[in-house]
Design a protein. Structure first.
Length: 208
């Protein structure tokens, strides 16, 4: 008895195995799922590590450390302290200022004629050699009266002077010669007359 010939599956019949994807090579479905899970874990784990990893504290620079160490807690500015052992001057005090006519102006409302004040301060400091020899410090109150209408400038000593009168006169003449001649038309001012004072403190003489 003759047996019928064995018939093979035609080429067009689908394979009994299921495959996913056909680019360059076919991979089983389970392998694709495992790869996808690993990739997902990597995508979650890497950003989480970068976010939670310890970060080093910033190290301050050497310049910043020096600046912090050298900064004083507070700053005190002395007025006209002058060089050690030199002449010191008090702030200028306006005694009065006035214009023609009735009424008086309070001294605190007077403007400062800095041309005369700076000129007197410089003349006092630069002519310390004119001061008489003394074992102890002494003070001289210099008073300036200026009249812009008459273009007249007067210098004399005030009541706060501790120096004897004759010696004070000699020092006064020396300081007055050192003051620059004023250019009356170029000096800014609000009033016609001014009277201001400054107290100079002289140190003891090195001769004693």
């Amino acid at each position: 008895m003759n047996r019928p010939p064995f018939l093979s599956s035609p080429p067009s019949q689908p394979s009994p195995y299921r495959y996913l994807g056909r680019g360059g090579g076919e991979r089983p479905v389970k392998l694709q799922i495992i790869i996808a899970l690993v990739a997902g874990l990597i995508l979650v784990a890497v950003p989480l590590y970068l976010w939670r990893r310890p970060r080093p504290e910033p190290i301050p620079s050497a310049d910043a450390a020096v600046a912090d160490a050298g900064a004083p807690a507070s700053t005190v500015v002395a007025f006209d302290a002058g060089p050690p052992g030199g002449i010191t001057l008090s702030p200028f005090t306006t005694i009065r200022c006035e214009n023609p006519g009735p009424g008086k102006t309070p001294p605190e409302r007077c403007d400062h004629v800095t041309t005369f004040e700076d000129g007197l301060a410089r003349a006092v400091r630069e002519n310390g050699s004119c001061a008489p020899a003394s074992k102890t410090p002494f003070t001289v109150s210099f008073v300036i009266e200026s009249d812009f209408r008459k273009k007249r400038l007067s210098l004399f000593t005030g009541k706060s002077t501790s120096l004897k009168r004759e010696k004070a006169k000699e020092l006064l003449r020396c300081v007055k010669r050192a003051m620059p001649a004023p250019d009356w038309n170029a000096i800014p001012h609000q009033y016609v007359k001014y009277k201001v004072s400054v107290v100079a403190t002289y140190p003891p003489s090195d001769a004693f």
